[in-house]
Design a protein around this ligand. Structure first.
Ligand code: DGL
Length: 275
């Protein structure tokens, strides 16, 4: 029997705040617990084993804080750890608790968005190498051609708050030119990393006319709302007080300063250690 608690939202760092803010906007009445593993970010270039281990620690910590439902608001963690956690860990930890990712909900909407049936995905090396997007999209829309591009410099630009500099322009243009030369018929570019909405203005600047960038937040928020509607047993154990608690494995001051940029407001943050 689950005791009611907040919804957990996990990311390797700040990126998941772009997802959390869309969820909060759509469902302001719920309680949330955000956990950013900033001291160990970025996850994007880490091995499968390490991303899985870090993500499992984060999920268990959010469960210990009272969350019954955890959203992996991180594509890299969703690609490399979600399935193993769902299949191997959840039955032992608590078979009634749930962990959801961000890749499947994004794959689900893409069929309605692309007209050319050629889609691009930009993400971390881990997400692109895992092939999670092509696999999930092909299951639902076998006619869609999916091309991926790893952008290893984009997350560090955001985490180090260099995303408005000319250096950012260089790396964004380089990766966009590369993916569009691999498939010039792409009309929709999935931003397959929760950090990338912060780069949206520059991404738009370098995308040719007719190619649109697709941030995930809005779709993840609607997918969560739909999930809770279809699973009233889970909705009933999500507390609804309209609060959010923020935790980071880095310095809380550093986190709250950076988070202000992502959320456009001041927040209070606590430090936490994952093990
Ligand atoms: N924000 C994460 C994602 O969506 C990755 C960031 C990182 O490399 O840690 O993939």
């Amino acid at each position: 029997m689950l005791r009611p608690g907040p919804i957990g939202v996990f990311d390797s760092g700040y990126g998941g705040l772009t997802i959390l803010s869309e969820i909060q906007a759509l469902m302001p009445g719920y309680d949330y617990c955000y956990l950013g593993d900033n001291s160990r970010a970025p996850y994007g270039t880490r091995s499968f084993e390490v991303v899985y281990e870090f993500t499992r620690q984060a999920v268990e910590t959010l469960f210990d804080m009272g969350c019954n439902l955890v959203i992996l608001a991180c594509n890299t963690a969703s690609a490399k750890a979600l399935r193993t956690i769902q299949q191997n860990d959840l039955p032992n930890i608590d078979p009634d608790k749930r962990v959801l990712g961000v890749i499947r909900p994004t794959a689900e909407i893409i069929g309605k968005i692309t007209a050319s049936r050629h889609v691009g995905v930009v993400g971390t090396s881990g997400t692109i190498q895992s092939e999670s997007y092509p696999i999930e999209i092909k299951k639902l829309f076998p006619d869609i051609v999916v091309t991926g591009e790893a952008c290893p410099m984009w997350v560090p630009l955001v985490e180090n708050r260099e995303y408005e500099t000319e250096g950012a322009d260089y790396f964004i243009k380089k990766n966009l030119d590369s993916i569009l030369s691999k498939d010039p018929l792409i009309d929709t570019l999935i931003l397959g990393c929760t950090h990338y909405p912060l780069l949206l203005d520059k991404i738009k600047k370098y995308l040719p006319e007719g190619v649109s960038a697709l941030p995930q937040g809005e779709y993840i928020a609607h997918s969560l709302q739909d999930y809770l509607f279809r699973h009233p047993e889970m909705d009933n154990v999500c507390t609804k007080g309209g609060t959010t608690h923020y935790f980071t494995t880095e310095s809380p001051d550093k986190f709250s300063e950076a988070a202000t940029i992502f959320l456009n407001r001041d927040i209070e943050v606590d430090h936490i250690t994952l093990e």
